[in-house]
Design a protein around this ligand. Sequence first.
Ligand code: AMP
Ligand code: MG
Length: 480
Amino acid sequence: MQKGFTPCSLTVWRGFRMRIPFDNSYAQLPAQMYTAQLPTPVEAPQLIAANADLAAILGIDPADLTTPEAAQVFAGNHIPDGAAPLAQVYAGHQFGNWNPQLGDGRAVLLGEVVGTDGIRRDLQLKGAGPTPYSRSGDGRAWLGPVMREYLVSEAMHAIGVPTTRALAAVTTGEDVYREERLPGAVIARVAQSHIRVGTFQYFASRGDMTALHALTDHVIARHYPQANGPAELLDAVIARYADLIAKWMGLGFIHGVMNTDNVSIAGETIDYGPCAFMDGFHPDSVFSAIDQFGRYAYSNQPGIGVWNMAQFATALIPLMPDRDAAVEDFTAAVHRMPALYETAWLKVFGAKLGLANPTEDDRTLITDLLDLMAKDGADFTNTFATMSRDQFINRDAFDAWAALWHLRRSDDATAIMAKANPQVIPRNHRVEEVIVAGRGGDYAPFHALLNAVTEPYTPHTDFARAPSKDEQVTRTFCGT
Ligand code: AMP
Ligand code: MG
């Protein structure tokens, strides 16, 4: 417990107006799959952002988001009716190394909500205090990563990439220590689920067949109702993950920590730690300060995706009556992923160039452009957003390429490209600026950037600008 902390009487907050229509299913699964866990109350919660659009989808009255009570709910001080708070257990390969015991170490799942769109989603508080899975961690988050996750996840959603979302962010009025004293914060995160490849790995590695069966049935019913058994589940997850990574590649997005515990079974982007959108294009870009060997570099993401699906396949094998046959079938399924990814990639980049029906013949057109961009370090986002020779040092080379491109462009290329090429992304240096201001208690820059990145296809004179050499931020930190 933090110094100077007085436990908050929950009864003070009785008579809350905010209603969250919880409908919890994970809490019905076998008890070894989680630990019931209340958030640890914080001293002085203050709301810094709340997402009215998302609230409406969840069936929460957006008017309730602006009340002082909202900060108490999203900080975990007040547990709304119907919540069944718990911490989920999982395992995972971190940078390729097996870790048999992970779990929600600083996150508490409040419960699930079936939205007005019929989709079931988790509502989780990240930074909500220690759990049995915290290991040596404090269970807390600081404001920087909370702001980063809020901005980047909402930007990804607005761009059209499957992702967890941000419902709210609060400061806690307490400090956290990360080599220095930093303001504490909590993010209310919404996901189709927080089930990961690592969740399957945890039970498979322990031979807990009861949990592995229950988890598989739950995931099929919840995310892949058309899948008939583990083999079809594997195919479906591989297909979604291949699509997801192709979308990341099309944005110059580097996730930064593609550990198997950070791979969502629902195919959403999850865990915005040291992630980044590239400014200048270099295929080997790495931003994460802890990714020493570039395992999760931009160009390695598709291959790591296959590696992660091989781990998922391995975790499903024990479910199969004939394991030898399953090894063969599942290996074949994993080997199909590169082709699925290549097809998705061609669609993504084809659209970026205004090709309605890109064919294999168009591959070199795309890779030739990427080669020119890499040579000149051309700004990834702005090259596609403008398709202008001004983005290049060697403009003649671009002109020669563009002449070929014009022969291939579809009639409605402009319309296709407008929907495929964001004008505004949360650039690193702007995110850093916002965090610095937030540490000083000024959230206006955060809101300005959030407004711009959630209208990503609208040109923006300020936030669309690429950083100058001096402004560039080339390292990101988990700093969690
Ligand atoms: P991540 O790198 O954010 O995916 O986290 C990896 C693991 O470390 C997960 O099991 C987290 O729950 C745990 N973890 C990360 N930060 C903290 C923290 N501040 N306190 C407790 N556990 C943490
Ligand atoms: Mg994680």
